[in-house]
Every structure is written in structure tokens, then in C-alpha cells.
Design a binder for this molecule. Structure first.
Ligand SMILES: [Zn+2]
Ligand SMILES: [Zn+2]
Length: 130
């Protein structure tokens, strides 16, 4: 039955969308708190290319976790580095994505398929938005 399998696919897609939306919310919440702290601790300069960010541009300055563990948010900022989105991208592309982005998988929402990487898509989406 062709229609049945289409329905099934539809449901799965909706579920995935839900998971992605949830994961995104979680990450945004988490990022907001440590990003604000990092921005208070450090000068608003990219640690790699040295560009300065202020005002609206500050959005392009992101917090990189030196050990790639986004749960390691030492209050003294020793695990943080401010990087612009471009340098941040470079930094991560030097690592295999499975290890790098494991931290963005929200707890309890593990996808059963190992190939499902919600944030691989998300990063692409964010890039396209600009
Ligand atoms: Zn940079
Ligand atoms: Zn990073």
C-alpha cells in the first residue's frame, strides 16, 4: 500500500522536526547562559583571526569549547574561547563530526539511527539563513 508508507514517512519527518526543534531550543538556552558569561569574561575579539565584534556583529562571535565538551563550562572560562562563526567552523571541521557534535545531542532524545545528526542539518540551515 503506497499511501500507507507515505503516511509513515510523513510521521517520521514530523517527529524528526520536533526533535530538531527541541534540540535547538535546548542548545539555544544553554548557549545563552554560557555565552553571556564568556562575553563578560573575555574581550569581544575572535581568538583566531583577531577581528573585533560589537553591536549587531556580536552575534557572529561564538563560544568555542576547547575540549569540545559543551557541558564543560568552567566558571573561570578556562574551557572557553571566543571565535567568530567562520573560525569556529574551521576549528570544528578539523575534527571528525561524530566526536565534535556529540555534545549537542539532547539527553533522552537519542535518535535510534546512528546516521541521524540533527545539528548537521541545523548548521546548514543557520548558514543559509544569513
Ligand atoms: Zn575569526
Ligand atoms: Zn566549538
Amino acid at each position: 500500500m503506497l499511501y500507507m508508507s507515505q503516511d509513515e514517512t510523513q510521521t517520521k519527518t514530523d517527529r524528526q522536526k520536533q526533535i530538531i526543534a527541541e534540540a535547538r531550543r535546548n542548545r539555544e538556552l544553554r548557549e545563552k547562559t554560557y555565552r553571556e558569561r564568556a562575553l563578560k569574561l573575555f574581550p569581544h575579539v575572535c581568538g583566531k583571526c583577531g577581528r573585533e565584534f560589537s553591536g549587531k556583529k556580536l552575534k557572529e562571535l561564538t563560544v568555542h569549547h576547547r575540549d569540545h565538551d559543551h557541558n564543560n563550562n568552567n566558571p573561570d572560562g578556562s574551557n572557553w574561547e571566543l571565535l567568530c562563526i567562520y573560525c569556529h567552523d574551521n576549528e570544528h571541521s578539523r575534527y571528525e563530526d561524530s566526536a565534535t557534535y556529540s555534545e549537542v545531542t539532547p539527553g533522552g532524545e537519542q535518535a535510534s539511527s546512528g546516521s541521524f545528526k540533527p545539528f548537521a542539518d541545523l548548521e546548514a540551515l543557520l548558514k543559509n539563513k544569513k
